[in-house]
Design a protein around this ligand. Sequence first.
Ligand code: T4K
Length: 377
Amino acid sequence: MDLKPFKKPIYITRPILPNLQAMQDKLKQIWITKWLSNNGYQHRLFEREIQKVLKVPCVSLFNNGTIALLTAVRALNLSGEVITTPFTFPATPHVLSWNNIQPVFCDIDPVSLTIDANKIEKQINKKTTAILAVHVFGNPCNIYKIQKIASRYNLKVIYDAAHAFEVELNGIGIGNFGDLTMFSFHPTKLFHTAEGAALTGKKHELKKKVDLLKNFGIKNEEEVVEIGINGKMNEIQAALGLLVLKIKNKERMKRKLLCATYRNCLINTEGISILGEESNIKNSYQYLVIRIDQKKFGRSRNFIYSKLKEYNIFTRKYFYPLCSNFPYYKNHKSSGSKNLPEATKAVEEVLSMPFYGELKVVDIEKICTILKNLKTK
Ligand code: T4K
């Protein structure tokens, strides 16, 4: 096998794009109507389609995932403290701080890397109003245990499902759990609308409130009933979403094959494991994440990350550094590494590998061979 550096950079991901002519046809429709935003035809159509795909009772579309989360926090009237994970994208704790809420960091489960439900209760106090958990890399949280705790202490639950598009647990869409769930449609996601997102839930009254909040709180021309924001998805995003929906299954199938290739190539490599696939969970095929045990592999994650760059392979250290180590969070008592031993360990060991349908099986085989050759003998 030719192990020279790749000629073109290999990124962690590339967005899928519909046929350009199909998009031009959509744009033509939009041009004719001159309706570009504010719950137009494409938006209404796309919202209905997404509801079916995610198998949820209620959906509200948004301009991006961060604004959707920000709105979820408002819609549920959260205040005081919210328990969350440090092993996530900055958006997760930031939406709490932007709402003047203290994020309280809880350790993660060493296998799923989601919040450790067994460690949540000890962080609850009088100020706690909710749990904001992340289905990180598409791995579902321990939702039944989290729901039990939330019911016992009368807490709200928000799920950040930015990575969990179409994930199902025993056939149930992941957006049916908790009070509200956010799905991101950023171009780094398997399914995307260039920028965009959805909030899902079960209660129609709550959807009404979310829809008001994402539109400045405007009820009608005479009444503004909430302190809202502009979170609306526009017609071009919605039109793109309708077209990307048609090609996302093909991308899923390609990624399934690439995932199997990574597994076959790395299965016997001591010190490298791939984050799990479970039979009762429909996989999002969003990320392909490996974990490197430095003692067994002989090399650190950081060494591998840097070395792969020399081959034009651009992996990502998601989610390094832990959010609890950001300057404005690090002095909180929940941020100490003693409180977060598993997160502190995982964040030094995980690496997100190139994973998108444009890659060929031979590319993955080459990436894995280069990786395996880095092992100390
Ligand atoms: N919660 C969680 C758990 C999240 O992971 C995220 C976002 C959010 C909340 C917030 O949702 P949004 O507000 O974004 O909807 C990216 C994304 O910007 C971000 O959406 C995502 N998570 C995060 C995990 O990844 P970066 O800074 O790593 O992306 P960037 O620009 O370095 O792109 C990575 C690679 O993707 C590039 O090297 C090449 C490729 N790429 C990227 C873009 C933007 C393309 O090929 N085309 C593109 O248009 O954050």
